[in-house]
Design a protein around this ligand. Structure first.
Ligand SMILES: *Cc1c(COP(=O)(O)O)cnc(C)c1O
Length: 230
């Protein structure tokens, strides 16, 4: 079952790339394993996936400690400053940096643990009140400030688009974030890489890829529906 799901997602990624003339090697699939058991992660790992996303610090740390193989963990959910210390040396990429205060804490803990922390700045493109992330107008300023901090390295931008019936409704949101990503890349700010554009989930990853996503975060599409009551 998981195998068929994964293969279908991989095929869709290739097709979305083809549609707009992109090389599918430019797009990294993050398997979002939140709420799912270790056995599911292992099954997907055995099929060659090494990038996994979690949205809670405690769950990520538990899984990190129990999965012995060298997978790359992505923290995709909101991060509180007091929890930075638990994950800064365990994750490949933090997708959800949305304040200078959080970036300063990541920098501080990364210095302490002698690691470089790779991060994305989370942008609330759709301006949804319920979502974390900074507004598009504030991104450049925050990127410049973070770029001056030690042991933290900006790799790109991330957004969570609204839940919509028709994924086409999110196309302009993805386009807007891609444009911002290109604009910032062209400014060549020291210590800032713009190589990762993390956007698109089960419902809309094909549209996100057509609009330039380099990372898509797919949970339900691979692992099936989540049960939060267990
Ligand atoms: C849960 C989650 C996903 C995956 O959502 P699906 O709709 O199950 O693919 C992606 N990104 C973030 C930030 C999430 O919290």
């Amino acid at each position: 079952m998981l195998k068929e799901n994964l293969e279908a997602v991989q095929k869709n990624i290739i097709e979305a790339c083809k549609k707009v003339g992109r090389d599918s090697n430019e797009v990294t699939l993050i398997a979002v394993s939140k709420t799912k058991p270790l056995s599911d992660i292992e099954e997907i790992m055995d099929l060659g996936v090494i990038e996994f996303g979690e949205n809670k610090v405690q769950e990520l740390v538990d899984k990190y400690e129990n999965i012995k193989a060298p997978v790359h963990w992505h923290l995709i959910g909101h991060l509180q400053t007091n929890k930075v210390k638990y994950i800064v040396d365990k994750v490949a990429l933090i997708h959800s940096v949305d304040s200078l205060k959080l970036a300063e804490q990541i920098s501080k803990e990364a210095v302490k643990k002698n690691v470089i922390s790779n991060i994305l700045v989370q942008v609330n493109v759709a301006k949804e009140e319920t979502k974390f992330g900074i507004e598009t107008e504030e991104v450049y300023d925050l990127v410049e400030k973070i770029s001056k901090l030690p042991n933290i390295s900006i790799q790109g931008l991330m957004t969570i688009a609204p839940f919509v019936e028709n994924p086409e409704e999110n196309r302009l949101i993805f386009r807007k974030l891609h444009q911002l990503y290109v604009d910032i890349k062209q400014k060549n700010i020291d210590n800032v890489n713009m190589n990762v554009l993390s956007m698109g989930m089960t419902n809309d990853y094909q549209v996100a890829i057509e609009e330039g996503a380099t990372m898509v975060r797919v949970g339900t599409g691979i692992f099936g529906a989540r049960n939060y009551n267990i």
